[in-house]
Design a protein around this ligand. Structure first.
Ligand SMILES: [Zn+2]
Length: 334
C-alpha cells in the first residue's frame, strides 16, 4: 500500500499537523455557524461476537484493508470462557478497540481477563494491548523482538491509515513469554503451537475442550493473504502441519470460521499461485509494472482484496528475487 509522506503525528489527538490545522479552522468557523460537525462524534467500535460453541466466540474482522471507516478492525478476535477467567486471542488495532474488547470479554464470561495471547506482530492484532495488564499478555520471544524492532513504524502506519480511531494508542509489549507447551485455565487447556511463515513467528492456539484451532494469519479465508513478512516455503510447511491437526473448527486470522479445512487449502493455493506467477514473470524478464498487470486466475475472483494483495506481493517480492538472482552492482565493481 502506498502512503503519503510521513506526517508529524499528534498521538493525543491522532491527527497530523495538517489535519489538526483543518480541524482548528473548522472549530473557529463553528463559533459563528450553527453547523453540525460530524467529526466531533466519538468513534466507537461495534463488536459483534459470533458464538462458535459453548464458551467460545469470534469477533469477525472486516474483509477489507485498514481504512478510516473500519478503524483497522479487520482481524478476527477470539474469546474463550474458562473457570479461571476470560482468555482472548489477539487484541485488535487500537487502544479504543482493546478497551471495548476487554469490556465485552468480561460481559460474555462474567469474569476478569486471565490471559491474552498474541498470535503475531502485525498491527491489526496487537495495538489493543494497552487495555490489558502486560503480565497477562503472552506471546513468543520472536514476536516481542519483532515488535521492539518494528512496533513504532507499525504505529505510524496505523495512525496514517486509521486516523482518529488510533487516538491515545501506543505500543505495549507483551509481558509473558511462552515457547510452546500448554496452559491450563480451570476446565480449559490451551495448547500453544509456535509456527512460522506468515511472519517470523506465528503462534497457533488449540483449545482441547472444544477442538477449535485458532490459526492466526497462517490461514486466510475468502480474503487474500498479506505477505510483507512472509517466508513462502515455511508458510507452506506450517499449513501442512495445521492440516494434520484433528480439530472441530478453524478460526482464521481473516475470514469466516468453518468446520472444514477450506481456509488451509485456499491459503496454500493462493500462495502457490501467486509465487509461481511472480517468479515466472521475473524469469521472463518482465518489469514490476508488467508483473503487477498480469491477470489473476479466475478462481480468485471471489476472494476479497485479491488484486490489492497480489500487487503488494509483487512490490516486495520482486526486490527479493532481484537480490537473490541478479549480481549486485556494488559487488561487480570490485
Ligand atoms: Zn498478519
Amino acid at each position: 500500500m502506498l502512503s503519503s509522506p510521513v506526517a508529524k503525528r499528534d498521538r493525543t489527538t491522532g491527527l497530523s499537523r495538517r489535519q489538526a490545522m483543518t480541524a482548528l479552522s473548522a472549530t473557529l468557523a463553528s463559533c459563528w455557524l450553527p453547523a453540525f460537525d460530524a467529526r466531533a462524534l466519538p468513534l466507537s467500535y461495534s463488536l459483534k461476537p459470533e458464538k462458535l460453541t459453548d464458551g467460545v466466540w469470534m469477533i469477525p474482522g472486516a474483509q477489507e484493508a485498514i481504512t478510516q471507516s473500519n478503524g483497522g478492525a479487520i482481524a478476527n478476535i477470539t474469546i474463550l470462557d474458562t473457570k479461571a477467567g476470560a482468555v482472548i486471542v489477539d487484541t485488535g488495532p487500537s487502544l479504543r478497540f482493546g478497551s471495548a474488547l476487554s469490556a465485552l470479554a468480561t460481559e460474555l464470561t462474567g469474569k476478569p481477563v486471565a490471559r491474552v495471547y498474541i498470535t503475531h506482530f502485525h498491527p491489526d492484532h496487537v495495538f489493543g494491548n494497552q487495555a490489558f495488564e502486560a503480565g497477562t499478555i503472552a506471546t513468543t520471544p520472536a514476536v516481542v523482538k519483532g515488535l521492539e524492532a518494528l512496533g513504532e513504524a507499525f504505529a505510524d502506519s496505523m495512525y496514517r491509515s486509521a486516523g482518529d480511531w488510533m487516538r491515545g494508542t501506543e505500543l505495549k509489549l507483551p509481558g509473558k513469554i511462552i515457547e510452546g507447551g500448554v496452559e491450563d485455565f480451570g476446565d480449559r487447556r490451551i495448547r500453544c503451537l509456535p509456527m512460522r511463515g506468515h511472519t517470523d513467528s506465528d503462534l497457533v492456539l488449540f483449545d482441547e475442550k472444544s477442538g477449535i484451532l485458532i490459526a492466526g494469519d497462517l490461514v486466510f479465508l475468502d480474503r487474500a493473504p498479506t505477505t510483507p513478512h512472509a517466508d513462502f516455503e515455511r508458510w507452506r510447511i506450517s499449513l501442512a502441519n495445521l492440516g494434520g491437526i484433528p480439530c472441530s473448527r478453524i478460526v482464521p486470522g481473516h475470514g469466516p470460521s468453518e468446520d472444514t479445512d477450506r481456509g488451509i487449502r485456499q491459503t496454500r493455493d493462493w500462495l502457490e499461485a501467486v509465487y509461481a506467477m511472480i517468479s515466472d514473470a521475473f524469469e521472463k524478464g518482465l518489469d514490476v509494472s508488467e508483473a503487477v498487470a498480469l491477470e489473476l486466475p479466475s478462481w480468485t475472483n471471489k476472494i476479497a482484496l485479491a488484486r490489492y494483495e497480489y500487487e503488494r506481493t509483487v512490490m516486495h517480492l520482486y526486490p527479493k528475487l532481484e537480490a537473490g538472482k541478479l549480481p549486485r552492482v556494488d559487488a561487480q565493481s570490485r
